[in-house]
Write a protein that binds this ligand. Structure first.
Ligand code: SAM
Length: 503
């Protein structure tokens, strides 16, 4: 690890990823569900978006390519991250994005900050609880200077008390790993191996934390670069929600709700007895503490607004009725039961079935969905419909429901495929830029490949060629499975991605 990182991992770059909580439409939904005024960005609005600690920048690139009229600025202090992100933007011809190499500890006071546009939306994913206090303080000063009045901020962090039971694991992985290897990704792997052995040997403080056990058991499927950035930082410190809210208050930011939309519904989150206790408290921050004590909420996504304006029930409902949603599953795959933090939730078949069917061809307005004749269920509760469909990842919000795919988004999707197919497995979840959604549409590298071939003018009659191209090193049985997966992608995933405006 070099000196310039201030104890943050710098010898290994972070993995590439897309996280839907970072999109302005998701942040807006969190505000609207919480009864806070925040208009959904309009199709032509020149939104200014800022990402702090952007890594290799795929999330910011997808938002820029999906919204060519937006101005996107993304900042990271790792020069390799910024160089890769700039190359990626140049290869795709995305020119409404600037990547800035800067240290968040001091950027607010740096001359470079003057050139950063004030932001309507800001996101920091995976930064706050991993960086030293001096960086957190710099972030607050930057937010104080750069968030517009009414602007929205998304922040994620490892949260207490859920992470409390894992502090021993993190310390073990970091301190022992450092003695066992040189580079931080190898250190994290070695530290995790040791933790695995200790778990097998029934180490008390590993085996009695379900979170620690699942983190250790999941290690095999996780990128070594993820492990390095998760476990090896010097100043890693999970936080209580109240302390994050207190720190951001210095930037005049008010906490409005959870980015994980389901968590804004107490009846889906807590038992009746837990709700009774929570409702004895008026302070929303203390209510979150009660939730955090009741739930295994290890990674929090929170949404803040600079100057929250609370609206009445009618205005909240009107805003939610105007939201457009695009289905992320086939209507026949609609689940009528789902896991939520409070247990199993039922989704009424006579309500959600017709709604899913009506969304087959493309995004629909929530108000129109609730007006479908003969629905059996509550037509007066747009919040619940949005909470269930978007919160359970069955649908995505769409800010340009009838827009055709933009050339910028299609170019980026081609470049994303080219880049990721060199390093990732075909089944790796990622996202495709979509002008209609104004955000990423969830997909895999595999889906990007099939779309890319179709856009190149090929069709499924060339399936054997695709299998040969993708499965050059595979045996016959594996190629057979690859062929089946291609057919499945064509038949099940592509209609959804087409309806979400990806191609
Ligand atoms: C865990 S990664 C998350 C990256 C990205 N947000 C994502 O979720 O894929 C944290 C990022 O913060 C950056 N970072 C850490 N300390 C920083 C600092 N002082 N100034 C700017 N960036 C920093 C790291 O280089 C890294 O890319």
């Amino acid at each position: 690890m070099s000196g310039w990182g201030g104890g943050y991992v710098t010898d290994v770059t972070y993995m590439v990823g897309y996280y839907r909580y970072q999109s302005p439409s998701m942040m807006t939904l969190a505000c609207q569900l919480s009864g806070v005024a925040s208009p959904m960005p309009g199709p032509q609005d020149p939104v200014s978006y800022l990402e702090l600690g952007c890594g290799q920048g795929l999330g910011a690139l997808i938002l820029a390519a999906s919204n060519p009229r937006w101005t996107v600025t993304a900042i990271d202090f790792h020069p390799a991250h910024i160089a890769t992100a700039r190359d990626w933007a140049a290869a795709a011809g995305i020119d409404n994005i600037s990547f800035i190499e800067a240290d968040l500890a001091t950027l607010a006071e740096d001359a470079a900050a003057a050139a950063i546009p004030c932001a309507d939306f800001v996101s920091l994913h995976g930064v706050w609880s991993w960086v030293p206090q001096v960086v957190r303080a710099g972030i607050v000063r930057l937010l104080g200077a750069k968030v517009r009045p009414g602007g929205v901020v998304h922040i994620s962090y490892n949260a207490l008390p859920a992470w409390g039971g894992v502090l021993g694991l993190q310390r073990l992985v970091r301190d022992c790993g450092r003695r066992l290897a040189m580079r931080s990704d190898r250190q994290a792997e070695e530290g995790m191996k040791l933790a695995h052995e200790l778990l097998t040997a029934e180490a008390m403080h590993l085996k009695r934390s379900p979170l620690a056990v699942s983190l250790i058991e999941r290690t095999g499927g996780q990128a070594a670069s993820y492990l390095a950035h998760e476990y090896m930082n010097e100043s890693f410190a999970p936080c209580f929600h109240a302390d994050v809210a207190g720190a951001l208050a210095d930037a005049k930011l008010d906490w409005v709700g959870a980015g994980s939309l389901i968590e804004n519904f107490p009846e889906l989150t807590l038992s009746p007895e837990q709700r009774t206790v929570m409702h004895r408290l008026d302070d929303p921050v203390l209510r979150e503490l009660v939730k955090d004590v009741c739930l295994e909420r290890a990674l929090r996504h929170d949404v803040f607004v600079r100057g929250a304006r609370h609206v009445g029930a009618a205005a909240r409902s009107a805003a939610l009725l105007d939201v457009h949603l695009a289905l992320s599953i086939r209507p026949q795959d609609m689940p009528y039961e789902a896991d939520v933090p409070a247990g199993r939730a039922a989704l009424n078949r006579s309500f959600y079935g017709p709604i899913a069917a009506a969304m087959t061809g493309g995004p629909q307005r929530v108000g129109d969905l609730l007006a479908i004749p003969d629905l059996e269920g509550r037509r007066d509760n747009p919040a619940e419909l949005i909470g269930m469909l978007v919160g359970l990842q069955l649908a995505e919000p769409a800010i340009r429901p009838s827009a055709a795919p933009s050339p910028e988004a299609q170019r980026l999707n081609h470049v994303t495929l080219t880049q990721l197919s060199r390093t990732e497995t075909l089944g790796r979840p990622v996202a495709a830029a979509s002008h209609a959604l104004g955000a990423g549409a969830p997909c895999t590298v595999f889906d990007l490949y099939v779309i890319d071939r179709l856009l190149a003018g090929e069709d499924e009659t060339l399936m054997d060629d695709w299998v040969r191209a993708l499965g050059a090193d595979l045996d016959d049985a594996s190629r057979g499975r690859l062929r089946e997966a291609l057919i499945r992608s064509q038949q099940t995933r592509l209609p959804i991605l087409r309806a979400q405006g990806v191609f």
